[in-house]
Every structure is written in C-alpha cells, then in structure tokens.
Design a protein around this ligand. Structure first.
Ligand code: ADP
Length: 599
C-alpha cells in the first residue's frame, strides 16, 4: 500500500490534513495485516483507524458495535462524505441493498451488531466475500473486568478462529491494564503493539465545587453557556424531573431523561438533543451510551458520581469535536452518604463492597482535591503524570495555601468538647457562635470553643473541615450518623502544634476570570454574522436531508470558515472536516455566503 494513499483518503474523504496521535501507525499496521489493540479516549478519533483501511484495502471492513444508534449515526456521516457504508442489525431496513452492494463489490464499510454477526449462516456468508478487516468497537464489553460486560461479545472469539488471516482491531475508550490483557486473550488477537493514547482531554476544562445552592450555581453557569448543548447528570429520576421543570420555568430548553420514562418520550428527547432542537438534558446515567453528539459543550454533575470511571466517562461526552468544553462537578457529604448507603445496602459480596467503597473514596478525594485534577484522574488510570494540566480549576486558579494549624485546632477542640457527637453543620454553628435549637438543647454554647471562629464565614469553615478530613486529622463516622470523630493524627496537631497547611477558600465570584482553554485553531476572531448565516443555512440543509446538523458540518468547521473566510475551493479545503465530496456538495453555497458577508 502506498503511503500517500492513506493521506489522500484522509484529506479527500474526511477533509483532515494530518493524522492525530498514533492513527497513522495503527492504520499502517492494519494494512500490513496486523492485529491491533487501540485504547483512545472518547473523541480521540478511533473510527478513522478502521474506516481508512476499509477504504484503502480491497473488499469491505466489518465493524462490530453494540450500539445501534451509534452505528446508524456513523453510517449517515460516512454517506455524507461519499463513503458507501451500511449497517445490519435488528432494526435495519433495506438489507437487500446492502447484500446487493456486497455482491457488486461496492460496499466500503459494514457495521453489524454482535447478534447479527453471530447469527446462523452469516459467518459462512462473510467467508465467501472479501473482508478487509474486523473492527470490534467497545471492545471492553468482552471482559468481565471491564465496566460493561456483555456475554454475547465473548462469542466473538470465533472470528479469529474462522478468519485467521484477516486483521482485527479491538477499540475502546475504557480499559485498565487487566481489561486490556483480557481483551487480547478473549478475542485471540496477535498483538505486537498496544496503542494506548493518553486519557487526557485537553479541550475539557474540569471544575469541581461544593454543592451549596446548586440550582443558583447551575443557572449562572447556563447563562455563560447560552444556547450551547449540555447534559446535567442527577442521581435520582425525581431530581432530573424537578430540575428540568425548574429550568423550563426559567425559560431554558430542558427535558428530563431516565429509564422510567416511556420509550417513545425517551427517543424523542434523545433525537431532539441530537438534532440541536433541545439544549439541555437533565438525566440519570441511563442517558449516555449511544450519545454520539460531537458538539456537547458542557456536562454538569448535579450529584457526585460513584467512582472516577463513571465520572470520566460522563464528562467525556463533552467536546468530542475537540472544541473547548467545560465540566462542572458538584459534591457534598450528602452525596457521599447516599452513595455509601447504596453500596452498604446492596446485595453484593463483602469484597465487592470494599472495592466500591474504596472507589467512592477516590472520587471524593478527586472532588475535594486542591492540586491538579487531571493528574488525579490520570494517576488513577495508571498513566503517571505530575506536570500541571492547565485546564482544571486548580491549575487555572491555584489555591492559596496558608498555615491553618490554629483553625484545625479550633475544629478538633470543638469535636472533642462535644464528645464527638455532632456533624459538620452543627460543629460550624458552634464555632461561629450560632444559637440553634440543637446548640441550646445540648448546651453547646457553654463549651470553651463556642464562637471562637465567628469571623470566618460558614462556607469557608466547611471548606476547612473537608480539608481536615482529606488530610486525615478528622474523620466522618458514617455508621454513627455522619458525626465527626478524631483520628490518630488529631492529637499531634492539637497537643504538639503539628503544622497543617490549608488551602484558602475563594468563592466563585471572587475568582479571577478563567483563562480560555487552548484551541487547535484560533477562531476567536470568527465573523459572528457569518457564523449566524452559516448556522441558519446548516439547519435548513440538515432538515432537507433529514440528518442532524453536525453531520452537514460541525461547529468547528463553521467557525473556521467564518475565521478564514475562504474565497476559493482550494482555500475551503483547508478547513478541517471539508473533503472533496463535501466541497462538491456545499462548496458553491458556502463560497457565496462568504462573498456576501464580505461585500
Ligand atoms: P472516538 O470514536 O474515538 O470517540 P471519533 O472517531 O468519533 O472518536 O472522532 C472524534 C472526532 O474527531 C470526529 O469528529 C472525527 O471526525 C475527528 N477526527 C478524527 N481524526 C481526526 C484527524 N486526524 N484530524 C481532525 N479530526 C479528526
């Protein structure tokens, strides 16, 4: 295979001028008949790794995917670029045409569900055809160690037995090293090279905040994300509905989504969101698998997720198009207590509960971290890194650290004098000299530390108590009504004055404006009138073709056009995402709009 060929396909068909990360190496390996394991974060560009070799080689590529909606989206997008792609699954229509195209040798890429490929006779049918490669998408589903095991997927091991000469790619966005080895074993891959990309998503800004007045905070966040699509994840079905209705009441285009809703309604919410007709989905985790919308600009967690895997997968739905996106996590002890209760009350084995609790603790440490958050996640996944990421809140606004020993002593002293019988809020009330029923009833106003911290606002105290817990000088006893207790590390601070550093609490409205996340192409000078014209045109075009707007052009391409203002076909080809087919279809209309905007 000529090296030029794959670059030509990349440019002419997909409209991109260079490969990302290790795409070229992977494609070259496949073209040489080798198997490959590809671990790349969501939005990293996995699909091109099997789409380009499918086009470059004789025959057609067979892609196994568990998600029907995703397959159909990919087929629609490929067809727009002039690639002959098709899907065969339980809901597919027009399968006769697909078989006819295979017979004629004109099909490039075939997506199939696991059930279809394993169904009677299908394997024999494939054997008589020229299969360029097999790609197993969401490959972690073959492993019981992964986070979405599917028994059907395990049977895919027959593929390698039946087609020992055909290269096979296994692709996934989530697999720790145990899962990676299991994928190789289960699928019987002959892998010389594991292609593992960094899990870092540089275009995603990560923010975590204490969950006080979440609704107000969300509304101010939404005002900064005017018209941009996003998801708000909630822990319960009820809260998705309450939040959606409250946002609707304030004029936002929001809907709830959870597994308890009628299937038709769920489909409608998903389609409207996908087509840019709905801005906000307030959802439980049921909303996610199968969402392949590239222009999700933000993800908010109304409640803290149960572990870092879930959290990272959920925020990973933002910014698949590589454009800057923002994610906001709210956390509170209430969330922790609820999640812990789910684990404790569940019917799982004791060992499993211990692992789940440890994972929950890591999530809490992430939420309350005062150092680079990206590093917490990368270290969690075994990709050790210590340089600052510059796209999380702690790197953008590094917390100011001070000698907090005196504050910690006040906290510990109050905990001891109340005989370890109070939770966080009452403790802070005592420190601040509040006179609540509980304080009156228990005569906490008579203890020595009553009112010693009245000059420090409630929120600041909450922040400091949390840091004490994270640093191990204090603990929360979940078995005893979430009361605060001392630990072996408490006494050295209280009695010997062992120094404790605390990060100063700076409320959101006192923080400096955040730096803008870096862009691959600077489109800050895009002509906003032209963007509006292009958007309107795109909406009409998408309606006419019956496809989601981003399939015509993604936001990034529109912004680039409105920045570069290309005046010729050649100049238009410089825009990422415009290949020859799209140029032929839409080039004249776009050039006319650019001309008009400059007139
Ligand atoms: P994944 O399957 O890994 O989540 P996709 O294959 O859907 O990611 O790719 C994410 C986005 O990145 C898509 O819009 C895709 O067209 C784009 N993309 C992939 N490769 C490149 C590249 N080399 N240059 C620019 N954009 C790319």
């Amino acid at each position: 295979m000529h090296k030029d060929t794959i670059h030509t396909i990349l440019k002419d068909t997909f409209g991109y001028s260079s490969f990302r990360g290790r795409q070229e190496e992977i494609i070259t390996d496949v073209l040489q008949g080798k198997d490959a394991l590809v671990i790349m974060p969501t939005g990293g560009g996995k699909s091109i790794c099997y789409q380009i070799p499918s086009l470059a080689k004789e025959g057609f590529g067979v892609v196994v995917s568990p998600l029907i909606a995703l397959m159909d989206d990919q087929v629609t997008a490929l067809k727009q670029m002039g690639v002959n792609a098709a899907a065969l699954h339980s809901n597919s229509v027009d399968s006769q045409t697909v078989y006819a195209d295979i017979d004629k040798g004109t099909l490039d890429v075939l997506y199939v569900s696991p059930e279809k490929i394993l169904s009677m006779g299908f394997m024999d049918f494939l054997k008589e055809k020229e299969v360029a490669l097999f790609a197993i998408d969401e490959a972690h589903c073959v492993s019981v160690w992964g986070n979405d095991f599917r028994p059907d997927y395990v049977k895919l091991s027959v593929l390698k037995e039946q087609f020992p000469q055909t290269p096979m790619l296994a692709l996934t966005a989530t697999a720790d090293s145990t899962t990676q080895d299991d994928i190789i074993g289960q699928l019987k891959l002959n892998v010389q090279n594991k292609f593992i990309s960094s899990f870092e998503r540089e275009n995603i800004k990560t923010i975590a905040r204490s969950g006080l007045k979440r609704k107000e905070q969300i509304i101010s966040f939404l005002r900064q994300h005017h018209d941009e699509a996003g998801i708000i994840y909630c822990l319960s079905r009820k809260s998705t509905e309450q939040l959606a209705s409250s946002l609707k009441g304030r004029g936002f285009k929001a809907e709830a989504y959870h597994a308890g809703l009628d299937a038709a309604l769920r489909r409608k919410v998903q389609t409207d969101f996908q087509n840019d007709d709905l801005q906000i989905v307030c959802a439980t985790i049921a909303f996610g698998m199968g969402i392949d919308k590239p222009n999700i600009r933000w993800v908010v967690h109304y409640n803290m997720p149960k572990n870092i895997e879930s959290y990272y997968q959920e925020i990973g739905r933002a910014g698949r198009d590589g454009h800057p996106s923002e994610t906001l996590l709210f956390y509170s002890w209430g969330d922790y207590v609820n999640l812990k209760r789910f684990i404790d009350e569940g019917s799982a084995e004791k060992d499993f509960k211990i692992v789940q609790t440890a994972k929950l603790d890591r999530m809490w440490q992430f939420a309350t971290a005062i150092s680079c958050r990206t590093n917490v996640v990368l270290n969690y996944f075994g990709e050790y890194k210590d340089a600052a990421c510059n796209h999380c809140d702690n790197c953008i606004h590094p917390p100011e650290v001070f000698d907090g020993t005196r504050y910690v002593q006040m906290i510990l002293s109050a905990v001891i004098r109340t005989r370890e019988a109070v939770g966080i809020n009452v403790l802070i009330d005592i420190l601040r000299g509040g006179f609540t029923q509980e304080i009156k009833h228990n005569q906490y106003n008579l203890i020595k530390t009553y009112g010693v911290g009245r000059d420090i606002p409630f929120l600041d105290w909450k922040h400091y108590v949390t840091q004490c817990i994270n640093q191990g000088v204090l603990r929360i006893d979940f078995k005893d009504g979430s009361r605060l207790k001392t630990t072996p590390l408490s006494m050295p601070v209280l009695k010997e004055g062992k120094e404790i550093q605390l990060a100063r609490f700076v409320p959101e409205n006192r923080k400096k404006k955040a730096k803008i996340t870096k862009l691959s192409i600077d489109t800050t000078d895009a002509d906003s009138n032209l963007v509006a014209t292009l958007r309107e045109w795109r909406t009409d075009k998408a309606r006419e073709l019956g496809v989601p707007a981003y399939i015509v052009f993604n936001d990034k391409a529109l912004l680039q056009i409105a920045t570069l203002k290309p005046r010729s076909s050649a100049a238009l080809l410089a825009v990422e995402g415009i290949g020859k087919v799209k140029l032929g279809k839409y080039g004249p209309a776009i050039l006319a709009m650019v001309d008009e905007s400059s007139a």
